[in-house]
Design a protein around this ligand. Structure first.
Ligand SMILES: [Mg+2]
Length: 281
């Protein structure tokens, strides 16, 4: 095998051998950290904000202890709508003897903090100081094109508010791959979940569970795809360096049940071959 090809193959970690392959008809993608890097490092905004709020309850826990605790539940809930992380925060404040704000107020506070970073990136993109490529996980576009060429129907489901997701998909010029099949958090949070979207794909389009492939960097999307017997590809993306594997994500994705781990999609051809989708290439 030529060196370049073997290197790319090394970028693919096969976790379990018994995964469906070949006969895929639909693919579901998470957005942030899986395709988009516009909101990269949202964790570094959310976790310190929560640590500050919990410190203010007067708890005896150190900031480090609070950080570890917060990081744990934030990442366990990663992939669900942001409001669930804020509901957990409210519960944590209450457990420490204080009256919490409503989860939606915490969510707004978080959004304002994150928006400072996100809006700067969007502006840089609009001004041409950053490219679409720089704000996506490497190889996203060729992978989406290859899947579409093989007649897979592509779905996007994100825990970020739907109107932002739609805007950011547009900014990254990825809309044509998904059409109207873009889903995100709704003000009435009970009307959306990734489980619902997976059920919808299976229930309404006649796609079987093992004909579905899911890509995600969070716990939730991996779990939901595995529940229906699909192939779950964990994207342990390093959002800062845009190369290599984020070991922290990798461990959690494996725990969630991912069949395969990759760091980005530069190994697209090898990956498609591995999952039996190489016929037309
Ligand atoms: Mg994500």
């Amino acid at each position: 095998m030529p060196e370049a090809a073997s290197e790319k193959r090394d970028q693919i970690e096969i976790v379990g051998r018994n995964f469906p392959s070949g006969n895929f008809r639909a693919a579901i993608f998470d957005f942030d950290g899986t395709l988009s890097l516009i909101r990269r490092n949202w964790q570094d905004v959310m976790i310190p904000m929560m640590v500050d709020i919990l410190t203010a309850t007067g708890t005896r826990e150190t900031r480090q202890q609070l950080h570890d605790h917060v990081e744990n539940y934030v990442m366990r809930l990663n992939g669900r709508q942001t409001i669930y992380q804020m509901m957990q925060l409210a519960e944590e404040v209450e457990k420490r003897g204080q009256q919490p704000l409503a989860a939606i107020d915490y969510k707004n506070q978080y959004h304002d903090l994150l928006w400072v970073k996100v809006s700067a990136r969007i502006e840089a993109l609009q001004m041409g100081q950053l490219t679409q490529e720089e704000l996506t996980v490497p190889g996203s576009r060729p992978l989406l094109s290859a899947l579409a060429q093989q007649n897979l129907t592509l779905y996007l489901a994100s825990g970020t508010d739907l109107h932002y997701v739609q805007q950011e998909v547009e900014l990254l010029r990825l809309s044509s791959f998904f059409g109207s099949r873009i889903y995100g958090a709704l003000p009435d949070y009970e009307r959306f979940s990734k489980a619902m979207i997976v059920e919808k794909i299976i229930g309404r389009t006649g796609v079987d569970g093992d004909q579905l492939v899911g890509f995600g960097d969070g716990f939730v999307e991996i779990e939901e795809v595995k529940k229906v017997g699909g192939l779950a590809i964990g994207v342990a993306s390093d959002e800062n360096n845009r190369r290599g594997i984020n070991p922290w994500k990798r461990d959690r994705l494996i725990r969630a049940g991912a069949d395969i781990i990759i760091g980005d999609y530069q190994c697209c051809e090898e990956l498609l071959e591995l999952i039996g989708l190489n016929q037309a290439l």
